[in-house]
Design a protein around this ligand. Structure first.
Ligand code: AMP
Ligand code: ZN
Length: 498
């Protein structure tokens, strides 16, 4: 029987089955980053939710058309109100100390977009089918704005083009911000334009011939509002009605509310049938945001020697709808758990002599995997799914004398679990820390790392896993991480922040 995949839907405020319009073929849009600095681990908590949705859907046999954009224009600093004002995030970054290294705002956004893609790979996230950029879809955005004007839902003023929220009866249905008067008083009147019909009408186009990124439009030089890009790119790549749309909890209002108003006015059809939002990550009990100085980027942590898979493990260890308080202890625990999976792989490969030997699962491992998959289909219950993955690893590592069949079953299990959770094996080399083979080799307790690796190899050949684990742990305590692969064992130095 086909499995049901259930997710909490922000729109209907209940956990409901995700039902693609074309059965077994999910059309999924997830809002990507604004590329004005390196992405922080909070951003990645949200991107990981999208990744886990893709992995779970694939694990139950669905095809997934997955689009995740890059915002490289139009995202202003005061983005908590529908009609944002303030400085453009990109322009502000250019004027900052770090921004001084860039010749212009285009170079800056290109630079951070590239860094972002590296972080994405390191964190073992599935590549989207397409990663469109707002600046590459300007013609379509201008056309969509013109269409909204033609439909009577938008109007021009001396400062820009605005969407009239009173033209869309259902404005507020996603966020629950339905009281027009509340909206009126709740919103700081950030855009000084007395010609706006309602204070909460939001900008589709901002007229500005001084802006560092500007385009010519029927309304003169300027740039698009932030919300229109996602309406346009979702429709272009996935069609008028999509199955699922996702982002962080701050996007419910205004970003997604405004996307719905624009898209449904343009097409007269539902925009997305399901909406998923990730609770914000906190660090040491505090809200984390780019504007605060106290955040960790993926890049910083990885450069300090944190294993990206352990970071991934830590960020998904709590289900996306619950608060996650990230601490260094969470990360420390994750390191040892990820090592368990690696240990399973290296022991199985030692028996089989290669990584190609995946075979039939044992009944017990099949059952444990099924339970992990059930947990993921139950609103991405990652804490149960991870517990199941560890249970499987325990079963595998219990065998001191693994038979060929057991080794094949072990690889079957680890590959399935990895397909689902991505915490055991990096899909690309970028997720591996570079082996520090060309650095001068340090010694630990009077022996070089190579000597320790040889000793561990002998211990494993003698099936003395207690000794082999001890060597690995002693080296880890001395800041040396071992990586096993079919080609042998490599090491890297962890100048760990843990
Ligand atoms: P931005 O780069 O600011 O456009 O954000 C990219 C994504 O990260 C959006 O979906 C945000 O909702 C999400 N996000 C921002 N901060 C956090 C956080 N602390 N925890 C989880 N998600 C976040
Ligand atoms: Zn978006």
């Amino acid at each position: 029987m086909a499995r049901a995949f259930k997710l909490y839907d922000t729109l209907t405020r209940q956990v409901k089955e995700l039902t693609p319009l074309t059965p077994g073929h999910l059309k999924f849009y997830s809002c990507g980053p604004t590329v004005y600095s390196s992405a922080h681990i909070g951003n990645f908590r949200t991107f990981l939710t999208a990744d886990l949705i893709v992995r779970t859907a694939e694990s139950i046999g669905w095809k997934v058309d997955y689009v995740s954009n890059i915002t490289d224009v139009g995202h202003l600093t005061q983005d908590d109100v529908a009609d944002a004002d303030g400085e453009d995030k990109m322009e502000k970054a250019l004027k900052s100390k770090e921004g001084a290294q860039f010749a212009n705002v285009w170079d800056l956004s290109e630079h951070y977009a590239e860094l972002f893609k590296d972080d994405w790979m390191r964190m073992n996230l599935r590549e989207p089918m397409v990663r469109p950029k707002a600046t590459q879809h300007m013609r379509e955005q201008i056309q969509a704005i013109q269409d909204l004007i033609d439909k009577g839902a938008a109007y021009e003023t001396p400062s820009g083009v605005y969407f009239s929220i009173e033209s869309f009866d259902e404005y507020g249905k996603l966020s629950g911000n339905v009281d027009r008067d509340d909206l009126r008083t709740g919103v700081r009147d950030v855009v000084a334009d007395d010609n706006k019909r309602h204070p909460s009408d939001f900008a589709l186009w901002k007229k500005d011939d001084k802006h560092l990124m500007q385009w010519y439009s029927p309304w003169g030089w300027g740039f698009p509002g932030w919300h229109i890009e996602c309406s346009v790119m979702a429709r272009d790549y996935l069609g008028e009605t999509i199955d699922l749309h996702a982002g962080g909890e701050d996007l419910v209002f205004p970003h997604h509310e405004c996307e719905i108003a624009q898209s449904e006015t343009l097409t007269g059809k539902p925009f997305s049938n399901h909406w998923v939002h990730t609770r914000f990550l906190q660090v040491d009990g505090e809200k984390m945001s780019k504007s605060k100085g106290s955040f960790h980027t993926v890049r910083d942590l990885v450069e300090k020697g944190v294993d990206p898979l352990a970071l991934r493990y830590a960020l998904i260890s709590v289900p996306y709808g619950k608060p996650l308080n990230f601490t260094m202890q969470t990360l420390k625990d994750a390191v040892s758990h990820v090592e368990r999976f690696r240990e399973c792989v290296s022991r199985a490969e030692e028996v089989l002599g290669s990584s190609e030997g995946e075979g039939a699962p044992t009944e017990q491992l099949q059952q444990i995997y099924d339970q992990a998959l059930d947990a993921m289909c139950d609103d991405l219950n990652t804490s149960v799914a991870i517990a199941k993955a560890l249970e499987g690893a325990k079963v595998i590592l219990r065998e001191t004398e693994m038979s060929k069949e057991q080794a094949e079953a072990a690889l079957w299990f680890i590959h399935r679990v990895n397909g689902l959770l991505g915490i055991a094996i990096a899909d690309t080399d970028a997720a591996c820390l570079d082996a520090a083979s060309d650095e001068e080799e340090p010694t630990v307790d009077g022996k070089t790392i190579t000597e320790w690796i040889d000793e561990r190899k002998r211990a494993r050949a003698d099936k003395d896993f207690a000794l082999s684990d001890k060597i690995r742990n002693d080296l880890a305590a001395a800041g040396i991480e071992l990586r096993d692969s079919p080609d042998g064992t490599t090491w890297s130095q962890i100048s760990s922040p843990l």
